[in-house]
Design a protein around this ligand. Sequence first.
Ligand code: HEM
Ligand code: SF4
Length: 569
Amino acid sequence: MSAEAETLADAAPALPVGHYAYDQVDRAFLHDRVEQFRDQVARRISGALSEDEFKPLRLMNGLYLQLHAYMLRIAIPYGMLDSRQMRELAHIARTYDRDYGHFTTRQNLQFNWIRLEDTPDILARLASVDMHAIQTSGNCIRNVTCDQFAGAAADELVDPRVHAEILRQWSTLHPEFSFLPRKFKIAVSGSPHDRVAARFHDIGLVAKPGHGGKVVFDVFVGGGMGRTPLVGVHLRDNLPEEDLLAYLEAMVRVYNEYGRRDNIYKARIKILVQALGAEGYRARVDAEFAAMDRARYRLPPETVAAIRARFGTPDLAAPAGAAESLAAARAADRAFDRWARTNTHPHRHPGYVSAVISLKPDGGIPGDATAAQMDRIADLADRFSFGEIRITHMQNIVLGHVRQDQLHALWQDLRAVGLATANIGLIGDIIACPGLDYCSLANARSIPIAQKLSARFASPELQETIGDLQIKISGCINACGHHHAGHIGILGVDKKGEEFFQLTLGGSAGNDAAVGQILGPALPEDATVDAIARLVDAYLVHRNTGERFLDTYRRLGAALFKDAVYAVA
Ligand code: HEM
Ligand code: SF4
């Protein structure tokens, strides 16, 4: 520990609600990292470091060089922010970027217009609120993601934030896993309903109570998107909590040792699992697990309890009649009633709900928030949800604990700043990657397609009639926009310099995870939105009552939809 850290260590850590409280050792470490980077940036600017020499250093701090500018990717561990952190992000957006930030599907925030010389100051500001950009790039274990309703959801069995935090501590700067064959993504869920796309991750963990109430995990491995989209293999059931780190250590070690390093496209763990077969991979992991010093990696219940205690727990106490008050407000206001239906999630505590703030306004850019909106969301979190904010892997924002009798007031305030779009889980709730507007790897622009689609389907009545339908758009084969897992997936492809879009149908990221199937030839940009409208019409005509698009597709197959899209006079 540095001298500075020692003197600071006596100060009691603040306890923001729902958020893991840093101590002074953590803070001193971040401070040192920022100062190291400040020196590296100065050497780059003076020319002492070439771009090639600087690149690995900047990537270690989440700084990319994109089409037009530097892009900074900031980690939001398991999606949790507190209001002061959100205000700091707003401040950074206003001061150093073009007044907005982009919330991503991996519970990160990206700034797209950063100047190199500003990055040390930005990282210092982030560190001042216990945030950073470490391991948001590179071949290491990336930001561990988690259910956006963690600690709040009515259907939750285990609060997965605690284990996500333990994994964050285990994986951050893990000396053995700093140079894996490729990047590595872990998601943790504690609900029987998969809201983290566990089966599309390198490792997906589903926590549940085992014998005697002790936490155990179902483990999935080798899922992923990109060039070789695969649903993860169910590796094992009932992994005891005490063995979580030992078993994961074994899993990642086997990958580190046998994963391919000769070909970037074959370097992910999914390719290794495919090559060895689930049995072959499992056998190697079990052998490693059996040979290791398990005591060293044991995760004792006391440690888990200590981490759990570092999460501030909100003091939930709704007045009697909160539910009745909400029902009355809904009955009196149809627009509010619709928003309450689509944009809330059942809470485990009576009298509360989790409220979802859509970052997909009609015709807007999915995931973008202006500095003013971020400030407003921070204020609303203070007023309505214990200062706690969550980022979802659908690029939206959640206030976790809203009293039912205060939901109407929250909605009115959201509406005043254009954040009350009632489209969660509906066709307007589109995921899109940055695409050719920003990304140097893109073949096509994802954002304008998302904007045109959401404008086309802006009618809230129509959206509710269509029901549960997820559209996901990527500008290239890397699949940042999760198109493989979309009920309707849209992939940008380049044909002789022109932007085309290929449709896939039938993908899902949930418990029924599936990779979508390609419908047919890619469509020109100006035909894509109309084609999707015809596809949706075909569904509306042929669905059974109450049937989701995905189920109609699974029941009837592709032919009907192919006709709707391609058989145009
Ligand atoms: C403009 C900046 C970006 C660049 C350069 C970039 C680059 C990449 C690359 C190269 C891959 C393929 C990696 C592989 O699986 O081999 C990838 C995958 C991915 N990216 Fe991005 N990306 C960017 C922005 C984003 C954004 C904004 C999001 C979230 C909205 C995102 C989420 C993902 C996801 C979920 C995958 C799929 C990875 C998997 O299969 O596990 N990326 N990205
Ligand atoms: S899917 Fe392709 S175009 Fe879109 S952000 Fe990822 S790398 Fe860029």
